[in-house]
Design a protein around this ligand. Structure first.
Ligand code: DX5
Ligand code: ZN
Length: 212
């Protein structure tokens, strides 16, 4: 099966709403929404209200990456978006992860779990049976345009192995530093998230083609 592409609109030269329009014109499979709370990540980009407004009529399915310490209020809000397909929480937060996964499912959305570059796959093994999406971070969360930390790419094979052995169903995605060169390191991936490589360019579709 071909790898799907999700475009992160975190960093772009054009205004955000225009950037979304441009991504919608491409054949990207998803738009990746990076949401930060200024605590889990010492930065915040858009407010909850802005996300709800920007994506209320989104033509693309969304994978919403919650870089927040307390996801519940954002799960409540973003699950109301029709285009929201996946909601992804971070494994490193101080919450009952299983309960949050169940809560996302209860809201009718697919649930994802994200791991930071220095978080081991072993630490999330117990949740993998119940998630639909596993997001490997290739950079420290917070900013687009960082360089991919190559040691993180080994997690793809680790996850594929677990999925095969235990007949789990989650999709594997990779986020951070994905471009026309680093894509070669990501064999076996289901979904590649790419931000600045696409959105800082003059021709979004051309960059997406080079990833496929
Ligand atoms: C980092 C975000 C990523 C980021 C990817 O905190 O989670 O989604 O926007 O951007 P690039 O592709 O530029 O590394
Ligand atoms: Zn992200």
């Amino acid at each position: 099966m071909n790898m799907k592409i999700s475009v992160s609109i975190l960093k772009s030269k054009i205004p955000r709403s225009k950037c979304i329009e441009e991504v919608e014109k491409t054949d990207a499979d998803f738009i990746h929404v990076d949401f930060m709370d200024n605590t889990f990540v010492k930065r915040s980009t858009f407010t909850k209200e802005e996300v709800l407004d920007l994506f209320k009529d989104s033509k693309k399915d969304l994978d919403i990456h919650l870089m927040v310490n307390h996801p519940k209020e954002y799960i409540d809000a973003f699950s109301t978006l029709k285009a929201c397909k996946y909601i992804i929480i971070h494994s490193e937060i101080n919450h009952d992860i299983s309960e949050l996964i169940e809560y996302i499912h209860f809201k009718g959305k697919k649930a994802g779990i994200a791991i930071n570059p220095y978080t081991k796959v072993d630490s999330i093994k117990q949740y993998l049976e119940n998630v639909d999406y596993c997001l490997i971070m290739g950079v420290i969360p917070g900013y687009g345009g960082q360089e991919l930390i190559t040691s993180t790419t080994m997690k793809i094979d680790e996850l594929i192995k677990i999925r095969e052995e235990l007949s789990y169903h989650f999709e594997i995605s990779f986020d951070g530093g994905v471009n026309g060169d680093t894509i070669k390191l990501l064999d076996g991936l289901d979904i590649a998230v790419s931000g600045s490589y696409v959105c800082m360019s003059e021709n979004f579709q051309e960059k997406i083609n080079s990833l496929r």
